[in-house]
Structures are given as structure tokens and as C-alpha cells.
Write a protein that binds this ligand. Structure first.
Ligand code: AMP
Length: 329
């Protein structure tokens, strides 16, 4: 049995990118591995330093995780800030992380473009905190989407560097994991790029049917194929990519064939896609509403998760302190 860690920021509701890029794999992995899944509330402060209702957002995402199928009995489901050990490991790893390498990460460059008035040190050291989250449980596998590939590479790097600097084969190097398939990237409906919280283009598990239909009908398309077997343009490929996840295989094939023979009607494609998304999200939405109203259950899940996660984090931290050379008097 291997140890698996992954997290999601509570800066918005879970969207289809989170589900198909991460949560779907979490659900499968919890059957077979020792899993730690957390809500990254420390991380969320890098983009939202003064949240209006941090606790409320965490509660919402916790309910969404549970509704989507995470089982707190099978996996350890916890809130990042319930683990002070993570903050301590982050501090220690920061001493061995170099400004140059952090400045070069794509996610940092994207973020400083997105929030030029708030280029804080937390944003720069985001990959260090992410590495701390992962290696604190000595994880071997991390089920993340393609957007996190580089940050995970940094986590491998920091683990390797720690072992090398302190001459101890202590941390395993965490590998990205997606059940042997390509890491998936769910696109937005705005023509290019990924679906994301910071991108403001999400279709959410919690969203009602009317709003989902409106978003899908407004999706960017092109002016239509003009030649048989033409290469599919990016906005249309994006619709196909989402369809691949939520629709039946023959539905997808039907629209691909129509595209290839230049007979496609984008209105029909969008109508089908929005119905398939609604059919997929509606039962999850119902469960979210039910779970959210059960305060006692949510508290129990969070307490149980914190206890289990701290058990593992404490052991790692004790050993890390000893390896570096901290000794009690
Ligand atoms: P975030 O919402 O950025 O906190 O990401 C949480 C998890 O969802 C990470 O594992 C990401 O890799 C995954 N994720 C977020 N957006 C996408 C997307 N558009 N496609 C695939 N995976 C995604």
C-alpha cells in the first residue's frame, strides 16, 4: 500500500476541472491506498489574503468533497491549517529553496500577471508549501491535474535536495499519478486555457441546471468546419474534451463524425453537452445541500481527519528535526 496526498484550495466551489483532474482519481485511490486529502486553506491566502468567510468556504468545499464521493472512513480528509506541522516543515524547506528557481515557475509567472498588485512572498513560495503538504506524509503518489505538473516536479526536487543536503534517504520522491492515463486538463468554455478558480470560468458541481445551460450555450465556438476531415479548432476540441468526460462514447463520436463531414450544428452540440453536464452534476448537487446542513457530521469529519493527519505529520517532523540537528535540552 502506498501513501497518496493531494489538496484543493477553498477559493471557490469545486468545478469540473477539479472533479475530473483530481477528485475522480481520489475516489478511486481511496479504495486501494493510504490517502490524505486536504483543503488547502493556507494556500488560498496567496490569492485571497483577506477572505470574507474563510471558514464558510472551507465548510462548503468539505461538503463538496464528501458529496462527490470521498469517504472519511477510507481516506484521511483534513483541513491544511489544522496541521501546524505543515507550517513548520514549510519554514524548514524554505531555507533550502532558492529565489531563482521559484521565480522561474510557470504558476508564479501566471499569478504575478493575474495579480500584479499583490506579488506576495507566499505566492513565490507556493511550491514550497505544496512540497511540505506532500512530503509531510512521505507520499509516493500525488493525483493532480496537468496544471500542477511543474509544482509537483518542484516537490520532487525539494525532497531530493533535503535527502542530499542532510545525507539521509528520508523523503521519497512523489510521483504524479492518474491510473496510467495521460494527466488530464479540463479546458474552460472561453476558447482557450484551463478551467480554473483563478480563471473565473468554472462550471461547478454545486451549480443549478439553468446556470449550467446558460454557460454552455455561451461557450466560444468557431465559424464551422469548411473542409472534410479538417483539424478540429481549439474551442471545439475543448467542448469535445468535456464531452469525453460527461457524455456517452457514442454521443461524442456522433458529434465528431458530424464535424468531420461538415454537418455539425454547434447549437445541438451545446444542448447535448449541457444536458449531459446537468445529469452528471445534479445528484452531486443534491448531496452537497444535504451534507452542508449537517453541521455535526461536518465537525466530526474535520476532527477525525485532523487527528489522523497529525499522527502522521508529527512522526515526520520529529525525524526531520532530528536529521537537521535540533535536539531537546
Ligand atoms: P485548485 O482548484 O487549483 O486548487 O486545484 C485543485 C486540484 O484540481 C489540483 O489537483 C489540480 O490539478 C486540479 N485541477 C484544477 N483545475 C483543473 C483543470 N482545469 N483540469 C484538470 N485538473 C484541474
Amino acid at each position: 500500500m502506498e501513501t497518496v496526498v493531494s489538496g484543493i484550495r477553498p477559493t471557490g466551489n469545486l468545478h469540473l476541472g477539479n472533479y475530473f483532474g483530481a477528485v475522480k482519481n481520489f475516489i478511486r485511490m481511496q479504495q486501494e491506498q493510504r490517502c490524505y486529502f486536504f483543503i488547502a486553506d493556507y494556500h488560498s491566502l496567496t490569492t485571497h489574503p483577506t477572505p470574507a468567510d474563510l471558514h464558510g468556504s472551507v465548510k462548503q468545499v468539505l461538503a463538496e468533497y464528501l458529496a462527490a464521493g470521498l469517504d472519511p472512513e477510507k481516506s484521511t480528509l483534513y483541513i491544511q491549517s489544522d496541521l501546524p506541522e505543515v507550517a513548520e516543515l514549510y519554514l524548514l524547506l524554505n531555507m533550502n529553496a532558492y529565489i531563482g528557481e521559484l521565480e522561474r515557475t510557470t504558476s508564479f509567472k501566471d499569478k504575478i500577471r493575474a495579480q500584479p498588485d499583490n506579488v506576495n512572498a507566499g505566492l513565490l513560495t507556493y511550491p514550497v508549501l505544496m512540497a511540505a503538504d506532500i512530503i509531510i506524509h512521505k507520499a509516493a503518489k500525488v493525483p493532480v491535474g496537468k496544471d500542477q505538473e511543474q509544482n509537483l516536479e518542484m516537490a520532487r526536487h525539494f525532497a531530493r535536495r533535503f535527502n542530499h543536503m542532510y545525507k539521509h534517504e528520508f523523503f521519497p520522491e512523489p510521483a504524479p499519478f492518474n491510473f496510467g492515463q495521460e494527466l488530464i486538463k479540463i479546458p474552460g468554455l472561453d476558447g482557450s486555457g484551463k478551467m480554473g478558480k483563478s480563471e473565473g470560468n468554472g462550471i461547478f458541481l454545486y451549480e443549478d441546471a439553468g446556470s449550467i445551460r446558460k454557460k454552455v450555450m455561451r461557450a466560444v465556438t468557431d465559424s464551422g468546419p469548411t473542409a472534410m476531415d479538417q483539424v478540429v479548432s481549439e474551442p471545439i476540441q475543448n467542448l469535445f474534451t468535456i464531452m469525453e468526460q460527461v457524455s456517452a462514447p457514442d454521443t461524442l463520436q456522433h458529434f465528431k463524425d458530424k464535424y468531420a463531414s461538415c454537418e455539425i450544428r454547434y447549437g445541438d452540440l451545446k444542448k447535448q453537452l449541457s444536458e449531459d453536464i446537468v445529469n452528471f452534476t445534479a445528484p452531486i448537487r443534491e448531496r452537497i445541500i444535504e451534507i452542508k446542513s449537517d453541521e455535526a457530521y461536518l465537525s466530526k469529519v474535520a476532527r477525525m481527519g485532523a487527528e489522523k493527519a497529525r499522527e502522521s505529520a508529527r512522526v515526520t517532523l520529529r525525524e526531520v528535526r532530528e536529521i537537521i540537528g535540533f535536539r531537546p535540552f
